[in-house]
Each structure stands twice: as C-alpha cells, then as structure tokens.
Design a binder for this molecule. Structure first.
Ligand code: NAP
Length: 297
C-alpha cells in the first residue's frame, strides 16, 4: 500500500481558520488586535520570500503586522536598538527576527534581547529552558510545534512510538525532540536524535515508527532507511537546479519522496507539508502572546 499524504496545507488552513475566529473574538470582546513585527536583515532570497509570506498571512488573518527591512550592513547594536523599541511597542505582541542573520550579527545575542513574552519564535533562552523543563507557559518554536500539530491532527499515535529525528538544530531537531519526549498528552515518545556524527544512521532510521528528517540535504533519506509502515515527516526545504522550472530551480525535501512513498504509511510532501504549518503556528503564537499580555490566555 503506498503512503497516504499528510496534507500540510489543509491542516494549516484548519489552524488558520481557528486563528481567524479567535482574532475576531478578541477584537469584539476585548478590543484587542494581536500584532506581529517581522524583522529582515539583508536580502537573502529565501528569507525575503518567507517574510513576505508571513506578512501576507498576517494581513489575511486580521493581525496587525509591521515589517522592518534592514540592509545587510546593519550593525548588531542597531538591530538590538530596533528590537528594544519593538519590545516596548504596545501594538506589537510578537517579534520575529528572520534567520539566518548576516555573519557579523550573533543570533544568540539578538534572540536573547527579544522580550520573552513577545518571543513568538521560541528562541529566547527562557522559552528554550521552559520547553526543556516541560513548562507549558513558554512559546514553542513554530516549525517543531507545526510538526507536532501535523502528527496529532493526522491521528498518528505518538505515545510509546520510537521517533527518530534527523538533525539537532536549535530551530528544528532539538526542540522537536523535547516536545515529543515530554511527559504530556500527545507526547511520551521514545526519541532518538541523530546528527552528522551519528554512527549506523540507516539502521537507527529503520527502527523508527515516526521518522522526521530536518538536515537540509536533498533527498537524503532513501527507501532502505525506512521501515515498512513508518510515518515520515520531511522538514527539509532544499533548492535544486531545474532548467525546466520557471525560476530555474525547484524545492525538494530531505526525503527521497518517490522512493520512500511505497514504504511509508503516511508522508508529508515538499512543498505543502511542514512549511505551511510553520506560518500557521507563528500566527497562533502571536495570538497567544496578545492574550497573555492582556491576562486572558
Ligand atoms: P541546520 O541548522 O543546518 O541543522 C542541520 C542538522 O542536520 C544538524 O544537526 C546536522 O548535524 C544534521 N545533519 C546534517 N547533515 C547530516 C547528515 N548527513 N546526517 C545526519 N545529520 C546531518 O538546519 P535546520 O535549520 O535545522 O534546517 C534543516 C532543514 O529544514 C533545512 O532544509 C531547512 O531549510 C528546513 N527548514 C524548514 C522549515 C519549514 O518551515 N519547513 C523551517 C526550518 C528549517 P550537526 O549538528 O552534527 O552539524
């Protein structure tokens, strides 16, 4: 039996519809319009596309949104000052600084400057610590939170499952491992985190009930790395050259989709899998931040 597709676009639209309804309720009952500021430094084409998508989605769902476009030459001090202003801005409840930042700016320093109550990307050390401690009052990073929602809303049994996460980044792999191994409903998985130094990678992957690839390597996961009936989640977004495509490239994931589809029971496509969920969770987190600020969360 070939795998069934997990339709990330459709699931993200369900979440967006819930967010629209919640924003309408907040406007009506509390005169509260959640606001998101997105900061982009430089002109990385992928980042520019992501920021525009976030901007458009904010407008579509009824959020107040502000976009701050800065030249790549912006100094760390200038960026810190801008974040500090946003920290104090009443109409802004969520702040996102798009990664990657230019090499002369330290991501750690920038993320630590964001008011943790406005840190809708979940990268501030306080929110990272809360996630590690299993304290649900913090913000969860959007991509791992999106993967979690995809699994839940697709009816995948997480409790007791062996989850193998390929990748240990602070943005995806590590927080995902923390979310899925929590002692909490829809979690309680046994999680193995793999990275570039892991030995016996294929063997470990084959033992996964749920295999999640987040490494940034096009079509890395082959059929021989997937157990029959496994659930496969592909977080990877990689541009590969394609002269037949209008832009000269197309997007593929970290999973060799065509080869793996006959083995998996459920699989996410790229694009249209995890990507739309990341934005949906960002909007969700911004509404949550506004409610927390107002004391109505
Ligand atoms: P990252 O920071 O570069 O981290 C990659 C991780 O993968 C590292 O832990 C690295 O190991 C590991 N790795 C790399 N090559 C490997 C290999 N051959 N075998 C095993 N592990 C390997 O990347 P990221 O930010 O987590 O992003 C990962 C992918 O997800 C990228 O394609 C990115 O574009 C995509 N992404 C998608 C979304 C979305 O919304 N859909 C959001 C974020 C990221 P080491 O730690 O040992 O170096």
């Amino acid at each position: 039996m070939p795998a069934k597709l997990i339709d990330g676009k459709a699931i993200a639209e369900q979440i967006n519809a819930e967010t629209v309804a919640e924003i309408a309720r907040l406007k009506e009952q509390h005169r509260l319009t959640p606001g998101l500021a997105v900061v982009l430094v430089g002109e990385n084409p992928a980042s520019t596309t992501y920021v525009s998508m976030k901007d458009r989605m904010s407008a579509r769902l009824g959020l107040h949104s502000e976009r701050v476009d800065l030249p790549a030459s912006t100094s760390q001090g200038e960026l810190l000052a801008i974040i500090n202003d946003l920290n104090f801005k009443r109409e802004i409840h969520g702040i996102l600084v798009q990664s990657p930042l230019p090499p002369h700016i330290s991501g750690e320093t920038i993320f630590a400057e964001i008011d943790p109550t406005k840190d809708v990307d979940g990268f501030h050390p306080l929110n990272v610590g809360k996630l590690a401690l299993g304290d649900s009052t913090g913000f969860r990073p959007c991509t791992p939170a999106g993967v979690h929602e995809l699994l839940i809303r697709s009816g995948v049994k997480i409790e007791g499952a062996h989850v193998v996460v390929l990748g240990r980044s602070r943005i995806v792999g590590r927080p995902l491992s923390l979310i899925l191994s929590q002692n909490a409903p829809n979690a309680n998985a046994t999680v193995t985190v793999c990275h570039s130094r892991s030995a016996n990678l294929a063997e470990i992957c084959r033992s996964a009930d749920i295999l999640i690839a987040a490494i940034g390597s096009p079509r890395f996961v082959k059929a021989g790395m997937v157990r029959d009936g496994a659930v496969v989640i592909d977080v990877g977004v990689n541009r590969i050259e394609d002269k037949t495509a209008e832009k000269g490239y197309r997007l593929v994931g970290d999973v060799d989709f065509d080869a793996v589809i006959p083995k998996a029971s459920l699989i996410t496509p790229v694009p249209g899998g995890v990507g739309p969920m990341t934005i949906a969770m960002l909007m969700h987190n911004t509404v949550l931040a506004a409610k927390m600020r107002q004391g109505i969360a």
